[in-house]
Write a protein that binds this ligand. Structure first.
Ligand code: SF4
Length: 103
């Protein structure tokens, strides 16, 4: 019987994306402290996600991929977010894995 530990480390099986519900964002910047590579406060005082090449995505509810090496920081952001407005979900089936709607 084969042990399948290898599969867990395969990036493609764990593709995640993150988005922010700006309507609930308090602008405290906790997410930016945890993961400045992924989150940034815009001049409107609300947090937005950034693209992989560091561009701020100013459309409300825009999604960006979560690099595996930043997953812990992004997951912690979602847990600590006072607005409960950071949503991390699987790309494949859009099921939320961290955030207010995670099962
Ligand atoms: S932690 Fe949540 S409420 Fe605070 S700035 Fe980030 S998204 Fe907004």
């Amino acid at each position: 019987m084969t042990v399948q530990h290898e599969a867990v480390t395969d990036d493609s099986t764990q593709s995640l994306e993150v988005w922010i519900d700006q309507d609930l964002c308090t602008g405290d910047g906790i997410c930016v402290q945890y993961a400045p590579e992924v989150f940034e406060l815009d001049i409107d005082g609300l947090a937005y996600v950034k693209s992989g090449d560091d561009e701020l995505l100013q459309t409300a509810g825009a999604t960006t991929p979560v690099p595996l090496k930043l997953l812990q920081d992004v997951a912690d952001s979602a847990k600590e977010c006072p607005g409960d407005c950071i949503h991390v979900r699987r790309v494949s089936d859009r099921v939320e894995v961290f955030g207010p709607d995670a099962g």
